[in-house]
Design a protein around this ligand. Structure first.
Ligand SMILES: Cc1cc2nc3c(=O)[nH]c(=O)nc-3n(C[C@H](O)[C@H](O)[C@H](O)COP(=O)(O)O)c2cc1C
Length: 217
């Protein structure tokens, strides 16, 4: 083993900040998520709404990338992206996805498994309209996940869109850009504890009801 590998192996944190008991969690995992999310915001976790979205793509390989959570609804979690992107194409073929949050400052991880569906067009319109104009033009300019020749390709497209929409306050949402709602079927809340004896509380949806279990760490 090289020196560098030894150094990596020596990196470890002991967790002792909080604990999580089955009796203290909300009956509904989305409410429990809301509670932890609020604590992350209050604790000034860096980008608390950044989450790893994993999709199942070609050849059944999972594929992961970070996206931003934009809303917590009573029935799920929403994010926005390009529907023609690699992730969009994967979801069109298989709606089973996972979301992962890691909030190191709070020694917490949340895992979500569920099904993704497109948000209604009005919701995507509303969110698109709320974005800064530069972000709107960026979404229009970028054929997300396609191979492009160079950075200049994007700049040329942005320049021409800036001209096209110079006098318009409203940039229309392109049909290929919008939101998804992930409706959870399983969620797990992980709280780091000392000596690797972490707390794990799992929610599983069975016929519309949420069962709650403790899992071994
Ligand atoms: C902090 C962070 C936030 C991001 N937020 C988004 C997002 O909300 N939507 C999005 O489409 N891509 C977002 N990205 C970029 C994605 O990680 C990814 O590069 C892009 O969506 C293309 O992924 P795909 O080719 O698998 O479709 C974000 C990346 C980072 C690091």
């Amino acid at each position: 083993m090289s020196i560098i590998h030894k150094d990596i192996a020596a990196i470890r944190e002991d967790y002792s900040k909080f604990h999580l008991e089955e009796k203290d969690v909300a009956a509904n995992p989305i409410e429990q998520f809301q509670c932890w999310f609020d604590q992350s915001v209050r604790s000034q976790v860096m980008e608390p709404n950044a989450m790893v979205l994993s999709t199942i793509g070609e050849g059944h390989f999972p594929s992961s990338r970070v996206v931003l959570l934009k809303d917590i609804k009573s029935n799920g979690f929403s994010f926005f992206t390009n529907y023609d992107s690699r992730k969009g194409r994967a979801i069109a073929n298989c709606d089973r996805v996972s979301l992962l949050f890691f909030w190191p400052e709070l020694q917490r991880q949340v895992r979500i498994e569920g099904r993704a569906e497109k948000l209604p067009a009005e919701d995507s319109d509303e969110y698109f309209a709320s974005r800064p104009k530069a972000s709107q033009l960026g979404a229009l300019a970028s054929p997300q996940s396609s191979i492009i020749d160079d950075r200049n390709f994007l700049q040329t497209r942005v320049d021409s869109l800036e001209n096209k929409y110079a006098l318009n306050d409203e940039v229309p949402r392109p049909a290929y850009w919008g939101g998804y709602l992930v409706k959870p079927v399983r969620m797990e809340f992980w709280q780091g504890r000392s000596s690797r004896l972490h707390d794990r509380v799992e929610y599983v949806n069975r016929g519309g009801d949420w069962e709650i279990h403790r899992l071994a760490p």
